[in-house]
Design a protein around this ligand. Structure first.
Ligand code: PMP
Length: 430
């Protein structure tokens, strides 16, 4: 093809971009999205757990606007800017004790990759153990670590090597109580570490405190404690992917704070800047220095406007008590969803932690529960028709997830429960 004659053309979005709702947002505020169609929607998706302080929180908007007028971009390996220094100091106040060094990137996937690079460089070991149903992103390396659905990694092999999957204590799926599922998963992990993946060849365990795209499954605290104990015993690093569960979402500042443990490397992104693209890893300084300059980061890492928005986000979370609000409103939401789904055979499990609530849809085959993605999708679509934005997740796509903003009010949660109830009953005809 020659470029001599360039005829006017229009471009369209790639057909592989599948939207979960038909909504085109005109503007959004707090828990509400206002479509170009003139409709308003209660937003229990928050841009997939990103706009935690609500859409366009005035403090975040002001901080970003002010920063925009000062400096938008100053590449951090060339020229430093004050927002990144201030953000880092402020993060020190919320990071687990000992994780006193921070490095910035733009997305969750990039931060996951940074954590893996660091773990491999620090230990000089190749292997990473991940847990079934984990989601860690879409770059080739992050997809290699992801086991939340074949759609995330099929078709572009070879993936990154050195990744080994161990079972996750998915009590509902196995039909067990949580303790039995934890015993099973820890036993299988020990089996993997003796049969296939030598501990002294293993750099890290990588896990989410609540499986996100894998089905909104809280990781049982005793399982995390079991990982911590094995990591310490074998000199393996424990990496916690707090991209979705961090920043107050689960009713604690970090999702792992429901367990009596602390990670060696923490990954954060989504809620960090209320919608501006920025991510980070945190680790002890001594560990962080094991990666060498040049091995981490990128052109846009630690953007000044995103950093200013992140500072405002931290202030808003503290001043408006949003972590406590997430815990209280999460309880209200979980209880309410259980009430409106009581007696529905297709609803197998309603679970969650804070404002991460999953509703698993199943069909019963004999005494077994099989994933029912068609019903989950129908319910998710019906919620939109009832003015409530929701998403699906899970390897089979049979879990509807609710991710309200941390600023959500009691009335908004009550309305969300009512709309979810109406939607689910409209689909199931009950
Ligand atoms: N880790 C987790 C736990 C996530 O939920 C996600 C995004 N859903 C990622 C990593 C990847 O983040 P990003 O899409 O920003 O690359």
């Amino acid at each position: 093809m020659t470029a001599v004659e360039h005829l006017p053309q229009t471009a369209t979005l790639s057909p592989i971009l599948k939207q979960a709702t038909p909504v085109i947002v005109d503007h959004a505020q707090g828990s509400w999205v206002y479509g170009t169609d003139g409709q308003s929607y209660l937003d229990f998706t928050t841009g997939i757990g990103v706009t935690s302080t609500g859409h366009c929180h005035p403090r975040v908007v002001a901080a970003a606007q002010e920063q925009c007028a000062k400096v938008i971009h100053a590449q951090y390996t060339t020229v430093m800017h004050p927002p990144l220094l201030e953000l880092t100091a402020k993060l020190g106040g919320v990071l687990p004790l000992g994780l006193d060094s921070v490095f910035y990137a733009n997305s969750g996937s990039e931060a996951v990759e940074a954590a893996i690079r660091l773990a491999r460089m620090a230990t000089a070991r190749p292997n990473i153990v991940v847990f079934q149903g984990g989601f860690h992103g879409r770059t080739v390396a992050a997809a290699s670590l992801t086991t939340a659905g074949t759609r995330f990694s099929a078709g572009f092999s070879p993936l990154m090597g050195g990744v080994h999957m161990a079972p996750f204590p998915y009590a509902y799926r196995y039909g067990w109580d949580t303790e039995t599922a934890v015993d099973f998963a820890l036993t299988e992990l020990d089996y993997l570490l003796t049969s296939r993946v030598a501990p002294d060849d293993t750099a890290a365990f990588l896990i989410e405190p609540v499986l996100g795209d894998g089905g909104y499954l809280p990781t049982p605290p005793r399982f995390l404690a079991g990982l911590r104990e094995r990591a310490d015993r074998h000199g393996i690093l424990l990496i916690l992917d707090e991209v979705q569960a961090g920043f107050g979402r689960t009713g604690r500042f970090w999702g792992h704070q429901h367990a009596p443990i602390s990670p060696d490397i923490l990954i954060t992104a989504k809620g960090l800047a209320s919608g501006f693209p920025i991510s980070a890893i945190a680790a002890p300084t001594e560990l962080m220095t094991k990666a060498w300059p040049g091995s981490q980061g990128g052109t846009y890492g630690g953007n000044a406007v995103a950093a200013a928005a992140a500072i405002a986000t931290l202030d808003v979370i503290a001043e408006e008590n949003l972590v406590d609000n997430a815990a209280i409103r999460g309880e209200q939401l979980l209880t309410g969803i259980r009430e409106v789904t009581t007696g529905l055979d297709a609803v197998g499990d309603v679970r969650g932690l804070g404002l991460m609530i999953g509703i698993e849809f199943v069909t019963r085959v004999g005494d077994r529960c099989m994933p029912d993605a068609a019903t989950a999708l129908a319910v998710q679509r019906a919620t939109t028709a009832h003015g409530l934005l929701t998403l699906t997740c899970g390897p089979a796509g049979n879990v509807v997830r609710l991710i309200p903003a941390l600023v959500v009010t009691a009335d908004e949660i009550a309305l969300g429960i009512e709309r979810f109830g109406a939607a689910v009953h409209s689909v199931l005809g009950a």
